[in-house]
Ligand binder design. Structure first.
Ligand SMILES: [Fe+2]
Length: 258
């Protein structure tokens, strides 16, 4: 089974890259299931219900998110009734929406779990203990479990990869917007990459107009972020999984100019 996981869609050019490239990528790699992180789709901050609906039409099966999920207030109502858009599962009890979902993919089922790190990020419940709680529930429904670990610190993502090795099909990182070159299948059969990278503008500073960010570094003055203009690319991975066991046999990086 071929699983496509796409890194953080950022702003207009990220959304345009998905519209242009996702249908072709699904064909080219014979993709059975696709997960897209969409938390920066709306101008680099949050996602709107209309955008989320569009991603589903364009070929995303499940959407994941992270620390920017609440930035567009209209998403709260959407996320409470659409469980194909996940928020991190380790948000405290009472947060709207769900952090995991199991979806049919042809004759199989695929489960997706969204977690968020705590190092250099806002306080949130423990992602490791939350995974212990949810992964067995998901595995009762399907051996194919994909984890999006939305985190700032590389160490926390690497640790999660080892922690869940042999218990899930994949642990992929998001949030940093820079693709890492450490993809591998861990000994227990879990495909791992510290970060998928970003689907968005390539000439900015992790998506934002570089003149704004440079000015901020040079003066330490606050400024309003705007998505960078210019060329864009889609970043992600294709993972091959044995549908009977859920074990991964391959993970390949994708870096496609839009
Ligand atoms: Fe993020």
């Amino acid at each position: 089974m071929n699983l496509l996981m796409i890194g953080d869609v950022f702003g207009d050019s990220g959304r345009a890259a998905i519209a242009k490239l996702l249908p072709g990528l699904r064909q080219e790699h014979a993709v059975d299931f696709c997960v897209v992180n969409v938390e920066n789709a709306a101008g680099g901050s949050g996602v709107t219900p209309a955008m989320a609906r569009q991603f589903l039409e364009q070929g995303a099966d499940v959407m994941t998110s992270g620390n920017h999920i609440w930035n567009r207030k209209e998403i709260v109502e959407y996320i409470t009734r659409e469980n194909l858009l996940l928020r991190p599962a380790n948000y405290p009890t009472g947060a709207p929406g769900v952090g995991s979902v199991t979806v049919k993919a042809g004759p199989r089922k695929v489960a997706v779990l969204n977690l968020m790190g705590r190092v250099f990020m806002n306080p949130i419940d423990c992602p490791f203990r939350k995974a212990d709680e949810i992964v067995p529930e998901l595995r009762r429904e399907t051996p194919i479990v994909l984890v999006d670990m939305h985190a700032e610190a590389t160490s926390e993502s690497v640790a999660m990869g080892w922690y869940l090795d042999g218990r899930v099909s994949a642990v992929v990182g998001t949030h940093r917007h820079v693709q890492t070159a450490d993809e591998r299948v861990l000994p227990g059969g879990t495909a791992y990459i510290t970060d998928l990278g970003m689907t968005g503008p390539t000439e900015g500073v992790i998506g934002v107009d570089r003149t704004i960010i440079l000015q901020r570094f040079l003066t330490q003055m606050p400024s309003r972020f705007e998505a960078a203009k210019g060329p864009a690319a889609l970043h992600g991975v294709v993972i091959v999984v044995d549908p009977e066991t859920g074990r991964a046999s391959d993970i390949r990086r994708l870096r496609v100019p839009a």
